[in-house]
Ligand binder design. Structure first.
Ligand code: HEC
Ligand code: HEC
Ligand code: HEC
Ligand code: HEC
Ligand code: HEC
Ligand code: HEC
Ligand code: HEC
Ligand code: HEC
Ligand code: HEC
Ligand code: HEC
Length: 336
């Protein structure tokens, strides 16, 4: 666009949208301040022009945006009379249009990761899992909402499987699949683009089938942060994320194997993948048991006692006899 045309376009649209804005705002009662109230010195309903006013000049963004759930807010009754659409994120648009000034609109190109996230948190902070975002490792390391989510159009091309293992290509090609939760790229590629080391772990001989598409990183982790170490969704005890899928390991058992409850599953298993069968942290079961059960019985130590029986070949495979190693309803030594 030549600069003259540019200015003309601005002036023209400015006039049109001004009148639209006047009509719109006169019949509108602003019940809730928009998120950007902080950014503008004082909040003034007349500074807001509505998404339609942006359409002519930003057709691509307008079109892409119209397919997202944010675009539907204006149709939800509880959002009637509140600021919706483009200006919820980019701030009031009147000055930008009237003064033909690209600087008079919030651009995400110039926002820091944290500032961009604050824009989103203005609405999302109070909602379920996002209220802990500022407690998470991602926030601390300047990874923000817009590193994982695209508010306009996720680039569908980037959703094709790019792993050496077959990654749900069928899913990636489903219409609209790429826009699931507005993710830029679908899981697990999204996460592995930064956490490259995990790709190796999920390729080990015994692993959870994440690369195969049977489960997602976010089944076990909360990408939005939380109280648990490593942003896991699991807490030690009954609500462990592992239990969601492995309910039989939860009990209640009359005879509990203490570490299952006190230290959790990772006392004995690696969560991602392992070279050892059953994803155990040691290659032999006996080796695992004896890391804890090595103290002689009469020492009176606080550590769990070692077996009084001998450890010769017959006893080498502990779980041959101690079958119900996660806990038992009938046997104090987990035989059945
Ligand atoms: C009359 C045409 C016109 C209208 C109407 C208009 N814009 Fe713009 N906008 C532009 C132009 C031209 C630019 C500068 C583009 C560039 O530098 O590539 C721009 C830039 C932007 C930018 C990026 C700023 C930057 O630094 O790159 C954003 C964000 C934006 N507009 C949002 C909006 C929103 C939201 C609305 C509706 C409230 C809107 N625009 C209405 C013409 C318009
Ligand atoms: C939910 C927040 C949100 C809404 C609503 C939104 N945008 Fe954006 N917009 C963004 C973000 C974030 C970017 C930066 C690129 C990205 O991450 O996709 C962006 C980028 C842009 C750009 C490119 C310049 C830049 O800042 O990078 C334009 C132009 C734009 N948006 C216009 C619009 C228009 C027009 C609408 C309404 C039809 C709209 N946006 C609605 C968040 C939003
Ligand atoms: C004006 C308030 C508001 C702002 C600002 C806002 N959101 Fe939202 N967002 C919502 C609401 C409300 C919903 C729920 C819509 C629904 O239930 O359909 C939502 C839904 C979402 C969803 C789920 C989409 C889906 O398809 O299920 C994602 C992801 C999201 N927002 C991310 C963001 C990001 C990233 C930003 C900042 C760039 C942002 N939001 C800014 C209000 C907002
Ligand atoms: C590290 C990547 C990452 C970051 C950073 C991130 N998200 Fe998400 N978000 C995800 C993933 C992955 C999902 C989908 C989880 C699923 O499939 O259930 C998601 C889901 C959502 C949803 C939908 C939740 C639901 O229950 O339907 C919303 C809303 C959302 N994110 C908003 C945000 C906001 C706001 C921020 C910034 C404060 C943010 N996200 C930061 C990865 C991220
Ligand atoms: C844009 C890059 C990026 C993306 C995408 C990303 N992360 Fe992260 N993540 C980081 C950084 C940087 C850290 C903090 C440094 C570290 O521990 O590696 C981090 C930390 C974490 C941690 C905490 C590690 C710890 O030591 O406490 C977990 C868990 C995690 N990310 C999971 C995920 C999941 C799940 C996804 C996908 C939904 C994801 N990440 C997507 C960059 C990213
Ligand atoms: C079956 C549940 C599960 C799945 C699926 C899963 N994780 Fe984890 N992840 C965990 C647990 C549990 C830990 C904590 C391990 C520990 O404390 O030693 C962890 C630790 C991590 C860490 C921190 C590693 C470190 O050495 O500090 C990162 C980063 C991480 N996971 C990323 C991912 C990514 C990326 C994906 C998907 C590709 C993923 N996880 C899938 C359960 C899971
Ligand atoms: C989303 C469901 C899901 C979650 C959450 C989950 N798992 Fe699994 N897990 C599975 C499935 C399905 C299998 C068996 C299928 C396969 O991969 O062959 C499995 C297999 C296993 C195995 C046996 C592997 C083998 O070689 O036989 C162990 C051990 C295991 N999981 C431990 C855990 C731990 C520990 C956690 C929590 C950090 C966890 N799981 C969380 C679904 C889940
Ligand atoms: C004290 C160590 C220990 C703890 C703690 C532990 N496991 Fe295990 N688990 C084992 C051993 C040993 C095996 C292999 C049994 C065998 O030899 O067949 C196993 C096997 C498994 C298997 C595959 C075989 C089966 O029985 O289904 C799954 C799944 C599993 N564990 C899940 C879990 C989950 C989930 C947790 C946390 C609630 C957990 N484990 C905690 C030691 C442990
Ligand atoms: C992380 C440490 C840890 C590991 C690994 C572990 N245990 Fe235990 N085990 C304990 C603790 C603690 C108790 C409870 C001891 C007590 O109450 O005096 C216990 C109790 C037992 C009991 C009940 C009898 C008793 O002394 O109370 C048996 C049997 C047992 N474990 C067998 C095994 C076997 C077999 C393995 C290997 C598959 C194993 N344990 C791995 C910590 C562990
Ligand atoms: C051939 C079956 C068998 C095998 C294999 C076996 N045990 Fe035992 N274990 C027993 C019996 C029998 C008891 C005593 C039960 C009782 O007192 O009622 C026992 C008891 C225990 C106890 C409770 C403390 C005690 O000595 O009374 C622990 C701990 C234990 N075994 C650990 C192990 C470990 C570790 C291994 C693998 C190195 C193992 N067991 C292998 C049969 C076996």
């Amino acid at each position: 666009m030549s600069s003259q045309k540019y200015i003309k376009a601005f002036l023209f649209c400015g006039l049109v949208t001004l009148s639209i804005a006047w009509f719109a705002s006169s019949g509108r009662s602003q019940t809730v301040k928009p998120v950007q109230a902080k950014a503008t010195a004082t909040y003034n309903a007349d500074d807001y022009v509505g998404s339609e006013a942006c359409k002519d000049c930003h057709e691509d963004q307008f079109k892409a945006f119209s397919h997202t759930s944010h675009a539907q807010l204006s149709t939800i009754s509880s959002w009637k009379g509140k600021v919706t659409g483009c200006e919820t994120c980019h701030g009031p648009g009147k000055a930008h249009i009237e003064e033909a000034d690209p600087k008079k609109i919030i651009s995400f190109k110039t926002l820091s990761s944290k500032a961009a996230s604050e824009t989103c948190l203005g609405c999302h902070a109070g909602r379920d899992e996002h209220n802990n975002f500022r407690r998470g490792e991602h926030w601390r390391n300047d990874i923000g909402c817009t590193d994982c989510h695209s508010s306009h159009s996720p680039e569908t091309g980037r959703n094709l499987a790019n792993s050496n293992v077959f990654v749900g290509r069928a899913n990636a090609q489903k219409p609209g699949f790429s826009t699931v939760k507005l993710l830029k790229v679908t899981e697990p590629q999204l996460c592995m683009s930064c956490h490259t080391e995990t790709k190796h772990q999920f390729n080990l001989p015994f692993h959870h089938k994440v690369l195969e598409g049977a489960m997602k990183c976010s089944d076990c982790h909360n990408p939005h942060g939380g109280f648990e170490l490593k942003q896991t969704r699991l807490a030690i005890g009954a609500d462990a994320a592992c239990i969601k899928c492995h309910a039989d390991k939860q009990g209640p058992f009359a005879y509990e194997h203490a570490p299952v409850k006190t230290e959790g599953c990772s006392a004995c298993h690696t969560p991602h993948g392992s070279a050892n069968p059953r994803m155990l942290i040691t290659s032999r079961v006996a080796q695992l048991c004896l890391t804890c059960h090595s103290v002689a019985h009469d020492v009176g130590a606080i550590e769990p006692a070692g077996p009084q029986h001998n450890l010769n070949a017959q006893y080498a495979n502990c779980t041959n006899c101690h079958l119900k190693i996660h806990g038992s309803r009938t046997s104090p030594v987990f035989f059945r």
